[in-house]
Each structure stands twice: as structure tokens, then as C-alpha cells.
Design a binder for this molecule. Structure first.
Ligand SMILES: Cc1cc2nc3c(=O)[nH]c(=O)nc-3n(C[C@H](O)[C@H](O)[C@H](O)COP(=O)(O)OP(=O)(O)OC[C@H]3O[C@@H](n4cnc5c(N)ncnc54)[C@H](O)[C@@H]3O)c2cc1C
Length: 817
């Protein structure tokens, strides 16, 4: 046999796609099990109307959708297609939605999907039934369309079966056995199946199946209304299943598709209807199928009124059938993919729409067979991304329901969740409130964006309103105070709350060797050293950028990006127990004290030498600031002299007050994330997840300096053989917008001679250099300083120039002073 013994639980679109993709890669000991009859076993795929709108703010989701479209277009069952490529049209009935369609068009272009905003006439040409007086504009994506979900299941299962995959229908998985922390067998209603790998593709039943190995899956099934009209006279005589684009009317929480001369109507405007996983009926007990609940007509009344208004022709028809169909919602609207953190061999591919199903099948197959996924960056889908509070049942239901309510809302990238808040607060929270902090939320943490107490700093400064308009997108969750805080940090000194950054403690006799193997840099240096380094995937893609501080011979503090770094390190711990990794974030806090006067604030508080030679740049030490024991690391993410000062959470309040009292005579302020982001872009400091991901290698990202070749073997090192700055095909580079008023959001497409060639990752106004900055991925041939490009922002093109970096203090004189 080639490949391990695999059992896939669930033969909906996801399980079927995975069986197909795994068997295509040569694994041939695969069993696909479903409790229901195939090809309609009764899960969400069995009744999904199959609308595929590929456009998404997430590059990964758009790419998963694009692959799904490509694959389904190539599949058929007895000559009947699995995809009807009729195109997609999203219409706007409000000015805000028109702007949003431009934003979405830009995403599509950035991710390589053809899309354009069209006028009312074109909308009516595409979908004649629309009411001309309601529609202001539309977003047309010609390659969108209808996935025939049941047919896609059948085609992929049959192809997998033809390659030897065993398919067990009407077979329920009752339990999963483990031995020594690994899966060993799957107990089914038809007997036991030995298994080295189990992949849970159980859709809404996912939490139940994952629960069999003790894994909490943050997913909640919610009912969503889908209704079908009888014959619509305006469509009478239509002999093809669908000819006009699928239609989305997000202002009304509605979507539509044709089915011959009838119309399918999906609605998200009703109250959230969560269902407990244990309350889902069995295949035998369910009247229609387990994922179908009775249609509650009263919840649909508004949808029908709105439909008759937008598509007046439907008023001549009646609703003939309807369901409240169940499918999965998650806390952040993203799928759950990957291996359990505790049970080896137990994998999940959950909360996946039909839209992304074949892409997810491919992603999972690559991950399983090759050990990593090369085609897609999956970090935002990884099931190990969550913090502990994300798994609380109340949180899962509350966020799932809210995501249902907001599914078609126009959301700003900085828009924080409203409930439950506050969840995680640093010990500085009370002081920050006293200073009028405007809080946003990061991974559950309340994080100040700016402080109203600093309004006085605006006197004598001119801070531009982005795009000259307080209503502009870049001017939301924004205040000129943030700009003043940024400038003031470079002039004097500011305190930044850095507690939300993940910090890990790596300790034990094997810690140095372990970290040296995991990181691109050399971290086995003297006690007190701090190293900026990268964690790479086996293919050389960047999994994270971290700072590794050696606090003692056998103890390191790792400043990480999130839970995925913790998970990655844990998965690679040596089996001999010589290294331990702990997440110390919740019990610690951190203040970044930065600015030219930082030393004047700090030095009088300690007997230790914090002079330029006493504690050099990228060195750290333990010390006391008054009564507070701290770990001081001489680092700066803002490009100014200063230290990250860590202490335990219980002493955080005292640390804040100590620095504040010492700093007031020197004019210390508290500053927020808005200033921080501007300062970091002036210095070109990359933010993992936004600027770079697993898709990018260190050299194209401009982080080749963090790779120490020749230091010995490290994860991802082999994949970098032959790669260097000179021969990369693309680069992450700073752009300076020609016009000072244009401030971008991120994710905008970048054009050279009217051809989209790249996309923006992060953007902010640089308040010191007084220019609007955007970082962007560009093909190497367009990445040299001086190259001219254009960036699309809400339908207009803004000229920009590639700049040399860093944009500020290139000789590092400020940070090393
Ligand atoms: C009304 C409605 C409309 C939708 N419209 C769209 C749309 O237009 N576009 C879109 O992209 N998505 C749509 N969706 C979402 C989409 O249908 C789902 O996200 C998708 O079908 C999930 O596929 P799946 O394979 O993960 O799950 P499922 O199709 O639910 O498959 C899971 C399978 O696991 C099996 N299973 C579970 N537990 C066990 C067990 N213990 N033993 C054995 N077998 C088990 C089940 O029988 C089931 O067949 C819609 C959903 C609904 C409800």
C-alpha cells in the first residue's frame, strides 16, 4: 500500500474532494465513510443551492474558490456538468454598497479574478428582471456560477472509488480510538477500521466527531433560509437550468439563482437560529434529511417583500418550497483546517462552503501527503490559530450568531467585535481608560489605538485627514491624534502597551539546540543576546518572524506572532523531554518605551547601566525599575531608542505608574497602535500575516539578513538552497504615493501600464516623512526604486513610486544612539 491508512469521515463536498485529491496523489489505503446514502447523504451539501461568488477580502479564500471553479468546470456525471458558469452579479442599492463593490472589485483584481463594477444598464442587461429604480451599480464576475454540489460529490467519489478508495455509505462513525496520543482506529456501525489518519469532514457534526478524540471545535451550526418559487412568468419557457448570473443583494441580506423557470432565494436577514450539535436528528429520524429543518415562513416575510421589490417579476409567483438548512459558522468566519494539537493523526476540514470545497480538498491533500501546503497560504484557516477563550462554548455560539447576522455587512478591516468585550485586558487597562484610550480589539485584547488625552499634541501640527474626507474608509477608526502621537514618539518619548504580543518561554537543556534548528538565525549566543529571526516551513515559506532573547543558558523568551507559532514549536519538540515551551503571555505584560528621551526616563530608575555601551542594541537584561523586576530588551519596532519592558501581570500597574511618574517631567505620553503602525512602516518592519505569509520566502520578503546560512541545519533551510535576493521573481517593496492625501487600506491591486501586477499588504501615512506609504508585492522587474506604478483605491487610480528602504533613518543612528 502507498500512504498510511486513512479514514475520511463524511462524504459531503469536502470529504469527496479530499478523497479525490488524496487518491490522485497516489495514496491508496483510503476509506470514505458516511452515515447517509450517497450521493445525498443528508448533510449541508445535499441541499446547498451552490452559488459560488469567488470574491473575498481573503486572498486564500479567493484562491480556494478559484481552484474550486476550475476543478468543478472540468467534472461531469454522465455528461452533466458540475458547474454552470453563468457569472455572478452583486448589486448595490445604496451608495455605501456602491463603494463596497469597488472595494470588492479591487480585491478580485488583486487576487487575479476578473471583475468589474458595472452600471445600472449593464446590471439590467445581465439580469433583466431587476428593478431599474433600485439598482445603482453591480459587481460582475464572469467566472462565478453555480456548483452542482450533489453532482460534484458523485463525480469526485466515483473517481476516487475508481482509484481504489473504499466508500462506505450508511455507516456511522461512533468512536475514534487512540493509542499513545495517536489515532489507531475508527469504530463504525459496520465494525472497526484501523486508521493512522482520520480526517473529520463531518460538516455540522464536526464538533461531535472531534469530541471523540477530546478536541474542541469552535463551530456552531446555524439554520439559514432557502426558498424556491413556483414558475415565475417572466422566466416561462426557460429550458436551461440557469442562464443569467447568480445574484447577490447584500443590502437586503439576500441572494438568488435560477432553476429553469423558478427562482431560489437565500436569506440571511432572519434571527440567528443556532442548533446544538447533539440536537441534529439522525438520518433515520429526520423527516427530509438531518441538516434540513422545517421552513419558518414568518422569518421569510421580509425577504419575500424585498424580493418582489428588487425583482418585480417574482410578485407574479409564489413560494412553493423552503427549508431552514443547517451549515457551520465559526468565530472568525474562516474554515477550520489542520491536525489536532493533541492527537496525532486526527485532522479536520470543517466549516467549508461548497465555494471553497475543491480548493480545501487540494490544500488538505497537499498538507497530508507533502507535510505542508504549497498551493495556498492556510494560516488563517489553521485550526490551531485559536486562543483558549476562543473555544469557550458561549463565545463560539455568540460569535457564530453575530457572524451570521453580519454576513453581508460592509465591514472595515479595523472594525472590532462588539460582544463579548472587554475580554482580555492588560494591567494597564484602567490607566489607559483614564487617558481616554480609543480601544480596538486584537485577539481578544483591548488595545489602544490612540489616546484622547493627547489631543493637545495637535496644537501647531497639521495632520492630514486621509483622502481629505472624514467619511473616507481610511479615515475610519482613525484620529489625527494618532498622527501626533507618531510624530511625538520621534521627538520625545512614548509608552506603548505591547502586552498583546505573544510571548513564549522555551526552556530546558535542549532549548538552544532546538531553537537553532527551528529558526533561520543563530540563537545559540551569549546570555543577554536578542535575535530577530524567522520560523520557516519545510518549503522555505515564512511561518513567523520572532525575536529570541536568551535570558539564561537554558531559558529563552520568544516574541511570537500568535498561537500558530506555539503550535509549530510544540509539534517539533524533541521527544526526549529536554525542551519545554510555555505561553507566558497571559501572566506577563509589556511596555515599549520608545523615543529619543527613553533613556532619560529609564536610567534614573535603575542602578544598572542602560547607556549605549552598557546595554547595546539587540541585547537584554534583567533589572529592577524601582520596585518592579523587569526583563528589558533593547528592541524597537518603531525605529527609536528604547526597550521592551516585561514584567509579570501582577506588577504591571506598578510598572506603568513607575514609568509614568518618572517620565512626566520629560513629557512621556502613552501612544497607540495607529501611531505604531505608521512608525513601523516608515522603518520597513514587516508584519507577519499581512506583509508576508507562508507563501513568501525570506529573500523576496527583504528578510534575507535574518537567515544565517552555514550555521547548521534548520527547518526550511534546504528549500532555500540557490535562492537569494538577486534571483527572486517578486519582492515586497515600499511605495510612496504621489499625492499626500491618498491613504490606502491594504489589499489594493497595483498596476503597471494598466495591467494588475501585484497588491498592497499594509498602508499608513508616514507622519515623520510626511508621505503616504504602502507596502506591496511586485514582480521583480517592477520592484526597483523609482519604478512607477498605480494603485486602485475605490475605483480610482493613484500613481506611486517604488522607494528605497527604509524610508526613515537608514543608517539606524536613532535606534543605536
Ligand atoms: C440552505 C443552505 C444554502 C447554502 N448555500 C450555499 C451556497 O450557495 N454556496 C456555498 O458555497 N455554500 C452554501 N452553503 C454551505 C454549504 O452547503 C456547506 O458549507 C457545505 O456543503 C459543507 O460541506 P461538508 O462536506 O463540510 O459538509 P456536509 O455536506 O454536511 O457533509 C458532512 C457529511 O458528514 C457525514 N457525517 C457526519 N457525522 C458522521 C458520522 N458520525 N459518521 C459518518 N458520517 C458522518 C454527514 O452525513 C454528511 O454527509 C449552504 C448551506 C445551506 C444549509
Amino acid at each position: 500500500m502507498v500512504g498510511p491508512q486513512v479514514v475520511i469521515v463524511g462524504a459531503g463536498v469536502v470529504g469527496a474532494a479530499l478523497a479525490d485529491e488524496l487518491s490522485a496523489r497516489g495514496w491508496n489505503d483510503i476509506t470514505l465513510v458516511d452515515q447517509g446514502p450517497l450521493p445525498e447523504p443528508g448533510g449541508s451539501s445535499s441541499h446547498a443551492p451552490g452559488l459560488v461568488f469567488q470574491t473575498s477580502g481573503s486572498k486564500t479564500m479567493a484562491e480556494l474558490a478559484r481552484y474550486t471553479v476550475e476543478k468543478l468546470c472540468s467534472l461531469d456525471v454522465a455528461g452533466e456538468p458540475c458547474f454552470l458558469q453563468v457569472g455572478g452579479l452583486e448589486v448595490a442599492t445604496s451608495p455605501a454598497r456602491v463603494a463596497e463593490l469597488h472595494r470588492r472589485a479591487a480585491w478580485a483584481t488583486a487576487w487575479g479574478i476578473e471583475a468589474r463594477v458595472v452600471d445600472t444598464d449593464e446590471c439590467l442587461r445581465l439580469v433583466p428582471m431587476l428593478d431599474r429604480d433600485r439598482v445603482l451599480a453591480g459587481l460582475h464576475v464572469p467566472t462565478d456560477g453555480l456548483a452542482k454540489a450533489v453532482r460534484a460529490v458523485q463525480a469526485q467519489v466515483e473517481r476516487a472509488a475508481s482509484r481504489g478508495v473504499r466508500v462506505l455509505e450508511r455507516t456511522e462513525v461512533l468512536d475514534i480510538r487512540t493509542e499513545d496520543g495517536k489515532v489507531s482506529a475508527v469504530v463504525t456501525s459496520a465494525g472497526e477500521l484501523p486508521a493512522e489518519i482520520v480526517v473529520c469532514c463531518a460538516g455540522i457534526w464536526g464538533p461531535k466527531v472531534a469530541g471523540m478524540v477530546g478536541m474542541t471545535l469552535p463551530l456552531v451550526p446555524l439554520a439559514h433560509q432557502l426558498a424556491w418559487t413556483g414558475q415565475v412568468p417572466a422566466l416561462a419557457g426557460q429550458i436551461e437550468e440557469a442562464v443569467r448570473p447568480i445574484l447577490r443583494h447584500q443590502d437586503g441580506d439576500l441572494y438568488y439563482r435560477e432553476r429553469f423557470d423558478t427562482v431560489g432565494i437565500g436569506y440571511y436577514g432572519h434571527r440567528p437560529m443556532p442548533v446544538g450539535v447533539t440536537d441534529i436528528l439522525s438520518v433515520d429520524d429526520a423527516e427530509v434529511m438531518p441538516s434540513v429543518q422545517p421552513f419558518t415562513e414568518e422569518d421569510f416575510a421580509e425577504a419575500w417583500r424585498e424580493t418582489n421589490s428588487l425583482l418585480p417579476g417574482t410578485a407574479d409567483a409564489k413560494i412553493e418550497e423552503g427549508i431552514n438548512g443547517l451549515f457551520s459558522f465559526t468565530t472568525d468566519d474562516m474554515p477550520l483546517l489542520g491536525e489536532s494539537p493533541e492527537v496525532k493523526g486526527f485532522w479536520v476540514a470543517e466549516a467549508v462552503w461548497v465555494t471553497h470545497s475543491a480548493g480545501v480538498g487540494r490544500a488538505m491533500a497537499e498538507w497530508l501527503v507533502d507535510g505542508h501546503c504549497t498551493s495556498f497560504d492556510l494560516h488563517a484557516c489553521d485550526v490551531n490559530r485559536f486562543e483558549q477563550h476562543h473555544l469557550a462554548p458561549d463565545y463560539v455560539v455568540a460569535r457564530g450568531c453575530q457572524n451570521f447576522v453580519e454576513i453581508y455587512d460592509i465591514k472595515h478591516p479595523l472594525q472590532p467585535m462588539e460582544e463579548p468585550r472587554p475580554l482580555r485586558t492588560s494591567p494597564f487597562y484602567q490607566r489607559q481608560r483614564e487617558l481616554g484610550a480609543f480601544f480596538l480589539e486584537a485577539n481578544g485584547w483591548e488595545r489602544p489605538h490612540w489616546y484622547e488625552a493627547n489631543a493637545g499634541l495637535l496644537d501647531g501640527r497639521e495632520i492630514e485627514v486621509p483622502n481629505n474626507s472624514p467619511d473616507d474608509w481610511a479615515a475610519r477608526y482613525w484620529s489625527p491624534i494618532g498622527g501626533a502621537e507618531a510624530q511625538y514618539t520621534r521627538e520625545a518619548v512614548a509608552m506603548y502597551d505591547m502586552s498583546a504580543l505573544k510571548h513564549l518561554e522555551v526552556s530546558g537543556p535542549g532549548a538552544a539546540a532546538f531553537l537553532n534548528r527551528m529558526c533561520t538565525g543563530s540563537v545559540d549566543k551569549s546570555v543577554g543576546s536578542v535575535t530577530y529571526t524567522l520560523l520557516l516551513d519545510v518549503d522555505g515559506g515564512i511561518r513567523g518572524d520572532v525575536t529570541v532573547a536568551r535570558l539564561a543558558r537554558e531559558k529563552f523568551q520568544v516574541g511570537a506572532n500568535g498561537n500558530l507559532d506555539l503550535d509549530w514549536l510544540r509539534r517539533h519538540l524533541p521527544a526526549d523531554g529536554s525542551v519545554a515551551v510555555h505561553d507566558v503571555t497571559p501572566g506577563t505584560c509589556c511596555i515599549g518605551l520608545w523615543g529619543p528621551r527613553a533613556r532619560d526616563v529609564l536610567q534614573p530608575l535603575t542602578g544598572d547601566d542602560f547607556s549605549a555601551t552598557g546595554l547595546k542594541y539587540f541585547r537584554g537584561r534583567r533589572t529592577y525599575l524601582g520596585n518592579v523586576p523587569v526583563t528589558a530588551l533593547r528592541l524597537s519596532y518603531v525605529g527609536e531608542l528604547g526597550w521592551e519592558l516585561y514584567t509579570t501581570a501582577d506588577l504591571g500597574g506598578r510598572l506603568w505608574d513607575t514609568l509614568w511618574e518618572a517620565g512626566r517631567p520629560l513629557g512621556v505620553i502613552a501612544a497607540g497602535r495607529s501611531a505604531f503602525n505608521s512608525l513601523r512602516l516608515e522603518k520597513g518592519y514587516r508584519s507577519w500575516g499581512a506583509d508576508m505569509t507562508t507563501e513568501h520566502n525570506p529573500y523576496e520578503t527583504g528578510l534575507g539578513f535574518a537567515v544565517r546560512r552555514g550555521k547548521g541545519a534548520f527547518t526550511g533551510g534546504e528549500a532555500l538552497a540557490g535562492v537569494d535576493e538577486a534571483n527572486v521573481a517578486r519582492r515586497l517593496v515600499p511605495l510612496l504615493l504621489d499625492d499626500r492625501e491618498t491613504v490606502l487600506l491594504g489589499k489594493e491591486p497595483v498596476f503597471v501600464s494598466s495591467t494588475p501586477v501585484g497588491y498592497v499588504t499594509s498602508a499608513a501615512y508616514g507622519y515623520t516623512i510626511d508621505r503616504s506609504i504602502a507596502y506591496a508585492w511586485l514582480p521583480a522587474e517592477h520592484s526597483a526604486p523609482g519604478a512607477r506604478v498605480e494603485v486602485e483605491y475605490f475605483g480610482r487610480r493613484a500613481p506611486a513610486t517604488v522607494a528605497a528602504e527604509p524610508l526613515f533613518d537608514p543608517d539606524m543612528s536613532r535606534i543605536r544612539r
